[in-house]
Design a binder for this molecule. Structure first.
Ligand code: ANZ
Ligand code: ZN
Length: 771
């Protein structure tokens, strides 16, 4: 056999697997299904760096093992390709985003192919294909028909540099997540999805999911459900009352002041009574410009001013208390007003200290007493806001609605979907609140589907998150032109609990993962899907940092290109290294030396193939093979890939030290390693005389008795040659061992003619018949 040449082997097997379609998947009711999914990539112009495929390698390994374990595995890949980066690139380079997107996809796909991934490419989806987004539009319309999509004029987050409205989920510390600009509040016409209708289910159904607790907790906080009370406080000298929301009615006796959000309408009603009106209105104007998250950030010093001339009465103890206006109270949460208890509430304490307001320590009161005495009502509230769903940009799904002068908003008839994106001369955002589509008159002006009168298309587009809300359903039936997904196929792959394994970045915990769960629940309600939740099991992938410990970025010049690594050490060593780096969910710096280490490991596996001989067996090695099988199986199942690789390294050391390696033991090693290093194991497998692909062989089983040392493997030597072996309880008496061996036809046939002269027994290891 030749020496290990990864370039030849990897190219050869990738071609062979593609030619033989070994990863093609179809529904098979005879076999249990396993749906293994990656968060699909956004194909950027820069291509992938070594950090991107870490999750893909993991699911590749997992899905390969599941297939070898006899499951019918669905493991697809596709492209999340609408969105700002492609559009910004188009603006800069005067290239249609369609063209740059297609180029980027080709490049990403090539990169995944040279990694030896086992995707069924027949099922590839692309969110920017009109045959795909036709169904994104269809889902939107179904929501609209049921009142779950509505037009709103509320002030929303506006990014002045991206020139588009944004959802709360698109902000990071009050800044635009894309370009880091300070976001403003701007009243704008928007399409909004009523995700809050699903808040309880989104919260409660988390309990059933097999997700990491920290991700669930991030979702719980994002949804932010609380139980409390609305209590109305009389305003002295006015018929108005101030209603506040509190989660701690029991602290009402300790209230020392009240606060309203700067936007609170009660200020307008009381304006005649306010002595420092100018000051109050100036504060209100200044607060408008601040981003919501900047206002609530606890580390920032709280600001506010007293509203002079207004006195409030505590309905529980009739004490008179002052009113403040402060921007740490948000208009869009609760009632936009609070009772402040500096003794018990950290935010109130900070504000009271800054404003020199007294603290008072009073005992807590029973909640029911408070409710009764103040006439309050118990309520439940959420932090989750409805999803601002329209963008004033070009590269997104057109919202399939028409504005008619007579009929109002009318849906594009289903038969006319998809509403395709027209070509425009300029992709530049207009900044007017309309997308560039508004300038294409022949596209915008249509006749109303209802009255045939003059009408105009909606020119806003959908946000980047739209296409990723349901793509996992399209993989199931990617070419269906009559339905989003065939009912039978859907229930085969999704019932009862949805996708079996889902892997991606933790940055999606409160965006994609909440949006997709919302859409899925909606599709469940209208009978399109059969599981209540889309993703039963979730693993988040830890970042790979650059060798210098920083994030990999063009800006730092520390990006490692997987193509270079694969060129040098091969895809198998690359994949194995990414899994060996450390615990899967941890953030770990890249090491090029590390890839050389896993390459050496594979070279040793290769060299051992030359010492594989029939007729020799080694009971200690066999026991280790059983132990390793158990460990690798359990480790892959639980995403402990690093310890799976170390276990195989220990086994390879032992094989290296052993004079001979039996074909059975070597075979098992190759099978355990096959998901990690699919090419080299396939090559060596062929060397053992196997004709079928190793990736279609059955996953090795282990004997628990052998592992637990309850049983031992005794090698049987006859006339100086190892003939076979037997597994027996540890410390079986010699006479018993002899009896058992003589009862074995494979042993007896060698002893029939020449009975043994002498029998040498090495306890628990070997029995030697000298003839
Ligand atoms: C009095 C009190 C005493 C409160 C105490 C808390 C603790 P969470 O807990 O985050 O769900 N609050 C109510 N509306 C608000 C608004 N629009 N902007 C800012 N803060 C607001 O929020 C509920 C608590 O946050 C409420 O209960 C209220 O303060 C404050 F020891 O009332 B609490
Ligand atoms: Zn921006």
């Amino acid at each position: 056999m030749q020496s290990y040449n990864h370039k030849v082997i990897e190219r050869k097997w990738q071609k062979e697997w593609a030619d033989q379609c070994i990863y093609r998947t179809t529904e098979d009711p005879e076999r249990p299904k396993c749906y293994v999914l990656d968060m699909f990539p956004y194909p950027s112009g820069a291509g992938m760096h070594v950090g991107h495929p870490k999750g893909y390698v993991a699911t590749d390994i997992y899905s390969r093992m599941k297939r070898m374990q006899g499951m019918n595995v669905l493991h697809p890949m596709g492209w999340d390709a609408f969105g700002l980066p492609a559009e910004n690139y188009a603006i800069k380079n005067k290239l249609h985003p369609r063209a740059s997107t297609d180029l980027n996809i080709q490049n990403f796909k090539r990169q995944l192919e040279i990694m030896g991934m086992n995707y069924d490419w027949e099922r590839e989806v692309n969110t920017t294909d009109s045959s795909y987004y036709r169904w994104t539009q269809w889902i939107f319309l179904e929501m609209w028909k049921r009142g779950l999509a509505y037009e709103s004029q509320e002030p929303i987050n506006w990014c002045p540099s991206c020139k588009t409205g944004l959802a709360n989920e698109d902000l990071e510390d009050g800044k635009c997540e894309r370009c880091a600009s300070e976001v403003e509040q701007r009243p704008m016409r928007q399409w909004v999805l009523r995700i809050t209708n699903y808040a309880d289910r989104l919260l409660e159904d988390l309990e059933e999911l097999d997700w990491e607790e920290n991700i669930k907790e991030m979702q719980r906080n994002w949804i932010g459900r609380s139980e409390g009370a609305d209590i109305s406080f009389p305003i002295n000298g006015s018929a108005e009352r101030l209603t506040i929301y509190t989660t701690r009615p029991d602290t009402i006796d300790g209230v020392t002041y009240m606060v309203v959000a700067p936007e609170h309408p009660v200020l307008d009603k009381l304006v005649g009574m306010i002595l420092n009106k100018d000051e109050v209105l100036a504060y209100r104007d200044a607060a408008k410009k601040k981003a919501p998250l900047e206002r609530v950030a606890t580390q920032k010093r709280k600001t506010g001013i007293r509203v002079d001339g207004i006195e409030i009465e505590n309905p529980y103890n009739n004490e008179t208390i002052p009113l403040f206006i402060a921007d740490y109270v948000m208009m869009d949460y609760g009632t936009g007003a609070i009772m402040a208890v500096p003794e018990h509430d950290e935010r109130d304490r900070l504000f009271a200290e800054a404003m020199d307001i007294a603290f008072i320590a009073r005992p807590l009161v029973l909640i029911d007493t408070v409710i009764e005495r103040t006439g309050g009502t118990k309520v439940r509230r959420y932090k989750l806001r409805d999803w601002v769903f329209s963008r004033q940009r070009y590269w997104g799904e057109p919202i399939p609605l028409i504005h008619c002068e007579k009929c109002g908003v009318v849906a594009v008839p289903e038969s006319e979907l998809p509403v395709t994106l027209p070509s425009v001369a300029s992709y530049e955002p207009t900044g007017t609140g309309e997308s560039p589509l508004a300038s294409i008159e022949e596209w915008v002006n249509v006749s109303c589907p209802k009255c045939k009168g003059k009408a105009k298309r909606e020119t806003n587009t959908m946000p980047q998150w739209a296409g990723s809300c349901w793509y996992y359903l399209r993989y199931i039936d990617p070419k269906n032109s009559g339905a989003l997904v065939d009912k039978k196929k859907e229930s085969y792959w999704m019932a009862p609990l949805g996708v079996d394994m889902y892997v991606g970045g933790a940055e999606h915990a409160t965006r994609h993962l909440i949006y997709a769960r919302f859409w899925h629940k909606f599709l469940y309600d209208i009978g399109v899907v059969s599981s209540k939740e889309p993703f039963n099991k979730l693993w988040h992938v830890g970042l790979i940092l650059a060798e210098d410990g920083r994030k990999m970025s063009k800006r730092w010049g520390n990006v490692v290109d997987p193509n270079d690594v694969i060129e040098n050490v091969g895809a198998d060593a690359f994949r194995t290294y990414e899994m060996f780096m450390g615990p899967f969910a941890n953030e770990i710096p890249w090491s090029t030396d590390g890839t050389v280490g896993t390459r050496r490991f594979l070279e040793r596996v290769w060299r051992i193939s030359k010492r594989v001989e029939k007729g020799y067996s080694h009971s200690d090695l066999t026991r280790l093979v059983h132990k390793t099988t158990k460990k690798v199986t359990e480790d892959i199942e639980n995403f402990r890939f690093n310890t799976a690789v170390s276990a195989m390294m220990i086994l390879v050391n032992a094989m290296d030290e052993s004079e001979h390696v039996s074909p059975e033991n070597y075979r098992t090693l190759l099978q355990l390693l096959a998901p990690f290093a699919p090419h080299v194991t396939e090559e060596l497998w062929g060397g053992l005389g196997e004709n079928e692909s190793i990736h279609r062989s059955s996953w090795p089983r282990y004997n628990p008795d052998v592992i637990e040392d309850k049983k031992v493997i005794i090698v049987i030597q006859i006339a100086g040659k190892v003939r076979c072996q037997i597994s027996l309880p540890r410390d079986t008496a010699q006479t018993e061992v002899e009896k058992k061996v003589l009862a074995m036809p494979e042993a007896a046939k060698w002893l029939e003619r020449t009975p043994p002269k002498r029998i040498i027994y090495v306890a628990n290891k070997l029995i030697n018949f000298v003839v």
